[in-house]
Design a protein around this ligand. Structure first.
Ligand code: HEC
Ligand code: HEC
Ligand code: HEC
Length: 441
């Protein structure tokens, strides 16, 4: 969540940036500006509602609807610590200038949000203002959630108030000056939180509008996949052109066929979002695997298809550093560095991944075709080696962590070997680069 927390950098930038720049920001396009057409208020929209739960669930009770929406918005991911109780908070976000912890959002009256009214809860989710008026950092993605309808936010509250109350005090954030000046977030909010509910675009049709609501308001894909402007707000001029999350790269998911997902079929996008893997496209790891595991795989096939429909319309933006995906394995020159990487691969990786990179009888373990392997910064490849990947709940085969088994120099040589053999071009990372990523975990 590193980069999203870096949003707090906005505090510093707020003070530094001049009025002309503010003007440029103030006229920045909204999240749906690319769509053309005329966006309208929800009440004026005719046809099936793009908000709320899918049609097959409309007669479910409030708590069941709230549970679905809570999953779609993935509140649990950030508000649950590793090994902690669901929604009890305490997940740490390590920043260069301190650490921020998520609060307890279970219905415990003393330590959670049990005493919050509906209006207080809605204000927090739309505007980042806590019950006592405290300004919250946009690491809490309210700049996206602000598009959720009041009704959906209240359904989420109803569900959260039905989960077991956990008595667990919040851990105060420990941020250095000036990042600890919470009031500065009110300026950030004025500039970068549109504080406007979702406005559908009738010309685009019901499936697109449903997808837009899920992608933008609930699933907050842009919080990871969009680059940030100088003040750490999502840059809609380069919408979904690639961002970062917790030391991982969240790749370009625009329609660009070379560096984005322009040549993925809608079925491949749906499969990746609901199963964490699409044949020939690689598997989701790290923060993306978590989003799929806790959130996206619980959505109905219709909702996932709607998200894919919407995603396919995001205008192409080329990321110059990302090459076309390699079509075949490259036999490397046998220099010393390559041999060092190859030796580790032979001992630790080849049994599962095969020399062809096709994954020995495990399609999820294919290295060829994966964007991470075709990214010559090797950032995500190093993260996968350090953290392992695959998920038991997802039912996919598992890759263990190699963080303790190998030193930074070995992991660097291995990553350079893997990207060179199975990807478009070999990375040239060093032990120092691996150490930097290790420190983020
Ligand atoms: C990307 C991580 C992330 C996600 C996803 C997320 N939150 Fe949070 N949330 C935070 C952080 C971080 C804070 C604390 C911010 C601060 O201290 O300024 C927070 C604060 C809150 C607060 C204020 C609580 C208090 O005691 O002040 C509420 C309420 C809340 N979140 C509810 C939700 C709900 C509901 C969802 C899902 C719709 C959600 N959050 C999803 C990160 C997240
Ligand atoms: C918490 C951050 C985060 C969120 C939220 C998130 N993603 Fe991702 N996403 C990532 C990361 C990191 C990767 C790279 C994963 C990897 O290399 O295995 C990724 C990868 C992807 C890919 C594969 C790209 C490729 O070229 O291989 C797609 C498609 C994708 N995300 C779509 C989405 C959509 C759609 C949403 C919202 C429904 C979303 N993501 C939400 C972080 C995130
Ligand atoms: C026990 C079997 C196993 C071993 C050993 C193993 N892996 Fe994996 N690896 C997997 C599986 C399974 C996946 C796919 C997990 C998933 O579904 O997300 C994977 C995924 C990957 C990916 C991501 C591919 C993509 O789609 O983006 C990379 C890169 C990777 N492994 C590299 C390595 C390296 C380097 C080693 C040696 C240090 C290694 N693996 C050892 C089983 C293994």
């Amino acid at each position: 969540m590193n980069i999203r927390i870096k949003l707090a950098l906005a505090t510093a930038a707020c003070a530094a940036v001049g009025l002309s720049v503010l003007g440029w920001f103030a006229f920045a396009p909204g999240p749906l500006a690319f769509a053309g057409g005329k966006s309208i208020a929800l009440v004026d929209y005719k046809g099936s509602s793009p908000t709320g739960v899918p049609a097959e669930m409309v007669s479910s009770d409030l708590i069941a609807r709230g549970k679905y929406l809570t999953r779609a918005a993935d509140c649990a991911a950030c508000h649950t610590a590793k090994g902690g109780k669901p929604f009890a908070g305490g997940r740490a976000f390590k920043l260069p200038f301190g650490t921020l912890y998520t609060p307890n959002i279970t219905p415990d009256v003393e330590t959670g949000i049990g005493s919050w009214s509906g209006a207080e809860f809605v204000r927090a989710v739309h505007n980042g203002i806590a019950k006592d008026g405290t300004r919250l950092y946009p690491a809490f993605p309210y700049a996206s959630y602000t598009m959720l309808t009041d009704e959906d936010v209240l359904a989420i509250k109803a569900y959260l108030f039905s989960v077991p109350a956990v008595h667990q005090a919040n851990i105060p954030s420990a941020l250095a000056f000036p990042f600890n000046q919470r009031w500065l977030m009110s300026i950030w909010g004025v500039l970068f939180n549109p504080n406007e509910r979702f406005r559908p675009v009738p010309e685009r049709g019901p499936e697109w509008n449903r997808g837009a609501y899920l992608v933008e308001a609930a699933a907050h894909c842009g919080e990871c996949h969009s680059p940030r402007n100088l003040m750490q707000a999502m840059d809609n001029r380069h919408k979904f052109a690639g961002g970062s999350a917790e030391g991982w790269t969240a790749y370009n998911i625009t329609a660009d066929p070379q560096s984005g997902i322009g040549d993925w079929t809608p079925a491949e996008v749906s499969r990746y979002l609901s199963a964490g893997h699409a044949q020939g496209r690689g598997s989701a790891s790290g923060p993306m695997a978590e989003a799929i595991d806790m959130s996206l795989r619980h959505l109905t096939p219709g909702d996932v298809a709607a998200m894919a429909t919407y995603l396919k319309t995001i205008p192409a933006v080329r990321t110059a550093e990302l090459p076309p995906i390699a079509k075949r394995v490259t036999e490397l020159q046998r220099d010393d560095a390559e041999l060092a990487g190859k030796r580790v691969f032979e001992g630790a990786c080849a049994s599962c991944h095969a020399w062809s990179g096709g994954g020995s009888a495990i399609p999820e373990a294919a290295l060829t075709g994966s964007r991470a392997v075709n990214d010559s910064s090797a950032t995500n490849v190093v993260q996968m080696i350090l953290n392992g990947t695959g998920s038991v709940p997802l039912g996919s085969p598992f890759m263990p962590s190699f963080a303790t088994g190998y030193g930074n120099d070995e992991i660097a040589a291995l990553s350079n070997y893997v990207t060179g053999r199975f990807g478009a071009s070999a990375s040239r990372i060093t032990a120092k680069d691996v150490a930097r990523l290790r420190a983020l975990n």
